[in-house]
Design a binder for this molecule. Structure first.
Ligand code: F6R
Length: 607
């Protein structure tokens, strides 16, 4: 995710900014830049790629004089990872330089308006509208210009701003994206992440939404969105740098599990409109939609399981047949594909070799391709006819969590979007739209309801094997739950369609064998209940995942994981969360290297 730093003081700003940016490297980024003010002139240096390149370009900052500046690491969202799109961005008159984290949802209309007013855009970013708005509203008072600009923006933003008319001052603005002020002696700072501050100061002030701050070397003033000054106390940060990188969590995986409500919200927000789901990026696909006879989903690993989970909503709502195929199989399968096939490719990294190969194979046979992908400008995104981004931000733990849930979220939205544009949905629409909107809240409930998971992990972590069973949508989630368990805890874990037990697997059930039974789909729950009884009568210990008030399941299970009661069409996103947590705590009990499991890589770029 993007990172921001700002500094004003008496020493040279560029080395401080570069050092701060290095502390933010762990978050992932694809370009970086700094803007430094020396007297009344602003110098901008930007590079594609690593901060090392920026250090080389600026001779570790020595080539950039000035004691005030802002810096940024960019994780591409709007526009490819190029030098032009890297931050800081300058206003046309050169007065303002800004850095931005977040997404400006109404940037297209603002860009149109500003272009008509004669402003020139040098990048494809949503950010650039902000700097031109500042120039437009500036009448000799930066604070006024900031307030007027903020009033025009919809979306999320943490902003760092410098203005050549106010040497020695840096401005920080926050709306739904973190920004922290660092209180020093004869120097002050801001950063999007406390890791960039702790080497300089442990006294920090957390900005809240709608607040902005004006910092000089000796003062910090904070204002609300109307310009009214407010007074906030500094707090002391006790984390060390390593703990700070992980937001205070022991592992990135746990941090990323906890980030899921926000990641799903960021993925939903730009597409959920009052009248329904809209994908601006898919308007070119709409005319072709009626001629689509088959949807083929392809991916690897968890992304494949996301496809398995999304299939049900797509078929039920859009009434288009959906097949889900592993990319490593599809690429060699001589697939039956033509122009009436829509290939949906799912990939967090956008660089998975098998996924890319399968995609090329299907493209060559005439399929239209839609990519659900997390990395802007990645190979999968570039190859696809249409790219729909998940806004999960960078995932650092090797085992995917927020990558998976945001992929499933996009599939749910696509199901509703296709159904709507094919006129295949009626009264259900409003209810399902509400269910989608509620998902971030529901995921949080899934996290909050399961405080007993560490205790369950202590009970089950020595098991020789864990079986996950479920039917229909529950089975799709069981597949991902079992994969999470095996890859990070190294326990043998297998998912079975519960109805298949009698066809072989039940032979493995013996005294004390743990069976995790997924029961979130009421239409098929009685059947899973019978399977639970069957395995219990053979000595299994059943850990059921279901709703709090589901008495029938509660009375049969030995132990319980909980999730909120949600529409089964959209349940996978909430249902996987307790299983991610269970895998995490079992792995922790077993002393595993959770963020970097053995033999695994984050991005599998070879076959
Ligand atoms: C499992 C996991 C992998 C990936 C798979 C595909 O936790 O992360 O199974 O899902 O390697 O990777 P992407 O989505 O980058 O194509």
């Amino acid at each position: 995710m993007c990172g921001i730093v700002g500094f004003t003081g008496r020493q040279s700003a560029a080395p401080v900014l570069l050092e701060g940016l290095k502390k933010l490297e762990y978050r992932g980024y694809d370009s970086a830049g700094i803007a430094v003010m020396d007297g009344k002139s602003i110098t901008v240096n930007k590079v594609r790629g690593r901060i090392a390149n920026l250090c080389e370009k600026t001779k570790d900052g020595a080539k950039v004089p000035g004691t005030t500046g802002i810096g940024h690491t960019r994780w591409a969202t709007h526009g490819a990872p190029t030098e032009e799109n890297a931050h800081p961005h300058l206003s046309n008159d050169g007065r303002f330089a800004i850095v931005h984290n977040g997404i400006i949802e109404n940037y297209l209309s603002l860009r149109e308006e500003l272009t008509q007013d004669g402003y020139h855009f040098l990048s494809e970013t949503d950010t650039e509208v902000i700097v031109h708005l500042l120039e437009m509203y500036y009448r000799g008072n930066v604070r006024d210009a900031l307030i007027k600009t903020a009033n025009r923006l919809r979306g999320s933003y943490a902003l760092g701003v410098i203005c050549s008319e106010e040497p020695g001052k840096i401005y920080a603005v926050r709306e739904a994206s973190p920004l922290i002020l660092g209180v020093g002696i004869d120097e002050n700072f801001f950063a999007s992440d406390v890791t960039a501050l702790v080497n300089h100061t442990r006294n920090v002030i957390y900005l809240e939404d709608g607040e902005f701050a004006e910092l000089s070397d000796t003062s910090i003033r904070i204002f609300d969105c109307s310009g009214q000054e407010i007074h906030k106390k500094a707090t002391r940060v006790l984390w060390d740098v390593q703990a700070a990188e992980k937001g205070g969590y022991e592992h990135f995986m746990l941090k990323e599990i906890m980030e899921q409500p926000g990641a799903v919200k960021a993925t939903l927000a730009p597409r959920m409109k009052e009248h329904g789901v809209e994908f601006e990026e898919l308007t070119g696909l709409l005319p072709k939609l009626p001629s689509i006879r088959k949807i083929l989903i392809t991916a690897c690993g968890s992304a494949y399981y996301a496809g398995c989970a999304g299939k049900y909503a797509l078929e039920h709502l859009a009434r288009i047949p959906v097949e889900v195929e592993l990319a490593s199989e599809l690429r060699y399968s001589d697939p039956l594909i033509d122009e009436s096939t829509l290939l949906i490719v799912i990939s967090q990294s956008g660089e998975t070799a098998d996924t890319i190969a399968a995609m090329k194979e299907c493209k060559a046979r005439g399929a239209k391709t839609l990519a659900i992908v997390n990395v802007v400008g990645s190979s999968v995104a570039t190859l696809a006819d249409f790219a729909v981004y998940t806004w999960a931000g960078p995932e650092i733990a090797v085992a995917t969590t927020k990558g998976y849930t945001t992929q499933v979220t996009v599939l749910y939205m696509l199901a509703l979007y296709f159904a709507d544009h094919l006129n295949r949905i009626g009264e259900e629409k409003a209810r399902l739209q509400e269910a989608l909107q509620a998902m971030p809240r529901r995921i949080q409930e899934s996290i909050d309801m399961n405080a007993n998971i560490p205790a369950l992990a202590r009970k089950y972590h020595k098991a020789k094997a864990l079986f996950f069973i479920g039917r229909n949508t529950d089975y799709a989630v069981a597949l991902e739950g079992a994969l999470k368990m095996k890859e990070i805890s190294y326990l043998h874990a297998e998912a079975y369609a519960a109805g298949e037990l009698k066809h072989g697997t039940i032979a493995l059930i013996e005294e004390h064998q743990p069976v995790i039974a997924l029961c979130a789909n009421p239409s098929i729950m009685e059947k899973t209940l019978s399977n639970m009884v069957e395995v219990k009568s053979r000595g299994a210990e059943v850990l059921a995942l279901t709703f709090r008030n589901n008495q029938k399941i509660l009375s049969v299970a030995d132990d319980l994981l909980f999730m909120p009661e949600v529409d089964p069409l959209f349940s996978a996103v909430m249902e996987i969360v307790p299983l991610q947590l269970l895998a995490y705590y079992v792995a922790r009990e077993n002393g595993c290297d959770i963020d970097k499991p053995k033999n695994l890589a984050k991005s599998v770029t070879v076959e």
